[in-house]
Design a protein around this ligand. Sequence first.
Ligand code: SF4
Length: 340
Amino acid sequence: MKILSGLNLEEIQQITDELGASKFRARQIHNWIYLKSVKEIDEMTDLSSKFRDELKKVAVVTDIKIKVKQVSSDGTIKYLLEFPDGECVETVLMRFDNRSNLTACVSSQVGCAVNCSFCATGKRGFIRNLDYKEIVEQVLTIQRDTGLKVTNIVFMGQGEPLLNLDNVLKAMKIFNENFQIGARRLTVSTSGIVPKIKELAELDMQSTLALSLHASNHETRLKLMQIESKYDMTELHKALKYYIEKTGRRITIEYLLIKDLNDTMDCAKELAHYLKDIKCNINLIPYNPTAKNDYQRPSNNSIMRFKSLMEHSGKKVTVRLERGADIDAACGQLSGKAKA
Ligand code: SF4
C-alpha cells in the first residue's frame, strides 16, 4: 500500500499513471493532501467515486496515528505520534497571541545521541532516524487534526537534525514546494555539529540556522552538552563565521538560562565577547524544569539583567515566550516517553 502523504507531484503521477488516469488527477490529489489536509481518499470529492475506489486499492492518505494529544492552557498542542513500527515522536504546534503565525516544532529522530544534560529526549539515547516522509507527516497530521495551515516550521523537536541531514533537507524541500512555506520560515536548530554546519553553508539556503549554544565558556558548555567535547566552542566559532561568510545569513543563538549556572553577569559579558564578530540574534530561553534534573529557572530579574547586557553589546535579544510548559511541550521537555 502506498502512503500518499509526503509524496511529491511526480511520485503521485506515477500512481495515477499506473491507474491509467490523467496528470490532472495527480494535481488534484496533491492539492487534497497538502492544501486541504484530508484524512481519507473519500474526502477527495472532485475525484469520481469509481476512481477513488481504484485509488483506495493501492494507496492510503497516511499510516501515522495520533497516540496522545494534549492542549495547553496557552493553546499549544502537543502530539505523540506513532509510526507503523511502534516508535513514537512528539510534535508541537505553537500559536502566539496577536500573530497569525502557526509554528510546528518537528522531530527529526526517535531519541537522540547527543544527550544534553538538560534534555528529556537525550535520556532515551538514539533509536533511529526519521525518514523525510515521517518528518513531513508530522506537519500534515497537525493540519489534518486542526484544520489550520502551518506557516512556520522549526526543527527543534526530538533529535539532532544535522545528524539526519539528508532527510531533513528532503523534508524542507517538500515544505517549501508542496506546502508553499517560504524557506525563510524554516529553521534548523543544531547542538553544534561542526562539519554539518559547514556542509549546510555550502548549500547556501535561505532557511535560518539556530545554534543551541547555552553557555559562554567551554567548561560550562561541557557540563550541559557532551557534544562540546567533540566540537568545542573555538571550532564552533570558526564554523559559524564560515557559515555567515558563505550565506550572508544571520544566525540565531539559543541560550538556555539556568539559575546560578550560566545566568550571571560574568557569563553575559563572556557571551557578548564570544559573539562580538558573529552576525546573530540571541534567543534567551528561561529553563523549564523537568523531573530528571536539578536545574532551576532564573528569577525574572536576572533574566532581564542578562538580556539588557546582551542588548548593550549591540545584539537583538528576545526572551522566548514559554509555550506549553504545563503539558511538557516546552524546550527540552520533549521525551517521546509515552511509547508503549
Ligand atoms: S537538546 Fe537536542 S541535541 Fe540535545 S539531547 Fe535534546 S534533542 Fe538531542
